[in-house]
Design a protein around this ligand. Structure first.
Ligand SMILES: NC(=O)c1ccc[n+]([C@@H]2O[C@H](COP(=O)([O-])OP(=O)(O)OC[C@H]3O[C@@H](n4cnc5c(N)ncnc54)[C@H](OP(=O)(O)O)[C@@H]3O)[C@@H](O)[C@H]2O)c1
Length: 260
């Protein structure tokens, strides 16, 4: 991911210095104009804005700790995935050293970084976001998630939860069709894709924290349908673990019926 981020910034003409724990992984970034340095200190000293994108929160702490004083008066944007609590604690730690900080979350995968669909979540002060957004815009559309430094991680985890839900449903659908001898590729192309495209906006709009399910959703009918789907899955011999999303939806519909 670090290579993709640096690549998009170089493409936009930014002056980019890169550091990676294991040197020599910059690939074609150097030929494209990036400068590789051997220490985090040198990377921080190269400019006013440092972007961290490492494995997890612990790796960011480990990499920054020896160089933390160099960050005083500078800006750090952390695009490493983590939890809201980790982001808040990191913000507190950096504040002690006078570091301007934005927490982030990347809503893209390396091949889509810098493309139209990519967007990046940021949380921290609006003022700092307004200054950083034009500089980092080339990696993906900047989206401010709020002052609370934990919100970029919160929305990131929420977005990923939605994505994995879709992925789990799609995998189960394909397993089912395969188990019954169907044409998986034709099913994906002609049924699954157009059906999911039709339903995605409805599913997102209809997601709610309330226990009740709107009348037009007819939860009793849906509960009956979900029980049938679970039977079909079982009869096809698809592992029960793969049908977890159907059980979740059945639980929601039964709760809706119970709530009237
Ligand atoms: N890839 C994606 O599709 C994607 C999408 C959205 C968000 N993200 C997030 O972006 C971050 C990076 O993902 P990635 O795909 O680049 O992962 P990756 O390919 O596994 O790379 C991990 C990077 O972290 C470095 N690292 C690990 N432990 C370290 C430590 N203790 N100190 C210093 N550096 C350390 C590694 O350095 P070495 O080379 O020395 O091992 C490597 O550069 C993750 O938080 C991930 O969740 C990734």
């Amino acid at each position: 991911m670090g290579r993709a981020l640096a690549g998009a910034l170089l493409e936009a003409g930014r002056d980019v210095t890169v550091w990676n724990r294991t040197p020599g992984k910059a690939g074609d970034l150097l030929a494209r104009g990036a400068r590789e340095v051997r220490s985090v200190e040198e990377a921080i000293e190269a400019g006013d804005l440092t972007v961290a994108c490492l494995l997890d929160d612990a790796s960011v702490r480990e990499a920054l700790a020896p160089a933390i004083r160099k960050l005083a008066g500078r800006t750090l944007v952390n695009l490493t995935s983590g939890s809201p609590r980790q982001a808040r604690e990191l913000a507190g730690w950096l504040e002690e050293y006078g570091v301007r900080f934005l927490a982030g979350g990347i809503m893209a995968v390396p091949p889509t970084v810098g493309t139209d669909g990519a967007f990046i979540l940021y949380s921290g002060t609006r003022d700092l976001f307004d200054r950083v957004a034009p500089v980092l815009g080339p990696i993906g559309r900047p989206h401010w998630a709020g002052e609370d430094p934990g919100f970029a991680a919160l929305y990131d985890v929420g977005g990923l939860s939605g994505m994995y839900g879709i992925g789990a449903g799609a995998s189960h659908a394909v397993a089912l069709v395969h188990a019954e001898g169907g044409d998986v590729e034709a099913f994906k192309r002609e049924v699954l894709q157009p059906w999911m495209e039709q339903m995605l906006p409805i599913m997102v709009a209809g997601s709610d924290v309330s226990e009740s399910v709107p009348d037009e959703y007819n939860p009793a009918m849906q509960a009956t349908g979900l029980e049938t789907m679970l039977s079909v899955s079982e009869e096809a011999g698809v592992p029960d673990e793969q049908a977890g999303h159907l059980r979740t939806s059945l639980w929601e519909m039964r709760r809706g019926v119970a709530a009237g």
